[in-house]
Design a protein around this ligand. Structure first.
Ligand code: NDP
Length: 233
């Protein structure tokens, strides 16, 4: 039985990954930051182990994650913010990169020793289509998600000799709390701009993550799999 660690598993895309991996019989651990109640309920429903751990905090990550034997890591925890470039503060910028980029660095570093020893591993990072094409009013978010792609490609080369694959999933617009600021009209416009004519569901992203985790994907590394309904081709 393989052990999976999903960061940011309490809600949204991460929670769906927790459910899908649990349903397939994997032993699942997930982290969260603030959502104690969601994490507790998800843990009770799935049997997955909830770990309160701020991925941007190196002490927290080392103390709570480095002792786990992780075979498959899904770096999903992330934050977003909509602001004009002129209004983004240094603090906003640092927070964005601390969670979205440093969190992925710290978590990968904490758990990859086990994968190297076992000569088998999967690291799956959640980027965003905005990391590929850039979003207006989300410069810091877009830059952090572009960094996820660069990190993925470099680490894929470094870990390939240890039979560890490192890939990205790059979602488009997915219905989660992260998009709660979008209005009905925004969502309708996005649907109309999307060739597949709908907003994505968390299961669309989880499906790609599950595929990359599977033995079937053992010859795929360093890639970015878009899950965006064709809005970016
Ligand atoms: P949600 O806001 O629904 O969930 C975010 C998750 O990340 C929560 O479980 C949250 O925990 C966790 N989290 C946030 N900060 C931290 C932290 N410092 N330490 C640990 N966990 C943390 O987001 P989504 O599910 O929509 O997004 C998941 C990933 O997918 C993100 O990386 C996001 O950038 C990416 N993505 C999402 C898209 C979308 O349209 N939804 C599109 C493209 C990419 P808690 O509940 O405790 O706050």
């Amino acid at each position: 039985m393989k052990n999976v660690l999903i960061t940011g598993g309490s809600r949204g895309i991460g929670a769906r990954c927790v459910r899908d991996f649990s349903d397939l019989g994997y032993r699942v651990y997930f982290t969260y930051n603030k959502s104690d109640k969601d994490a507790r309920i998800l843990s009770e429903q799935t049997g997955a182990v909830a770990i309160k751990c701020d991925v941007s905090d190196s002490c927290d990550v080392t103390e709570k994650l480095s002792k786990l034997s992780v075979d498959i890591l899904v770096n999903n925890a992330g934050i977003s913010q909509i602001k004009m470039m002129q209004d983004i503060t240094e603090e906003d910028w640092d927070r964005m990169f601390s969670v979205n980029v440093k969190g992925m660095f710290l978590t990968s570093k904490a758990v990859m020793g086990n994968m190297i020893r076992n000569k088998w591993g999967r690291i799956i990072n959640i980027s965003s289509m905005w990391g590929e094409v850039g979003a207006s009013c989300e410069v810091h978010y877009s830059a952090s998600k572009a960094a996820v792609i660069g990190f993925t490609k470099a680490l894929a080369k470094e870990l390939a000799p240890s039979n560890i694959t490192v890939n990205c999933v790059s979602p488009g617009v997915i219905m989660t709390d992260m998009n709660r600021e979008l209005t009905e009209i925004d969502l309708e416009n996005l649907c109309n701009e999307t060739p597949l004519m709908r907003i994505g569901d968390v299961s669309d992203v989880s499906g790609a993550v599950m595929y990359l985790a599977d033995e079937k994907a053992s010859f795929i590394t360093g890639t970015v799999i878009p899950v965006n309904g064709g809005i970016v081709i």
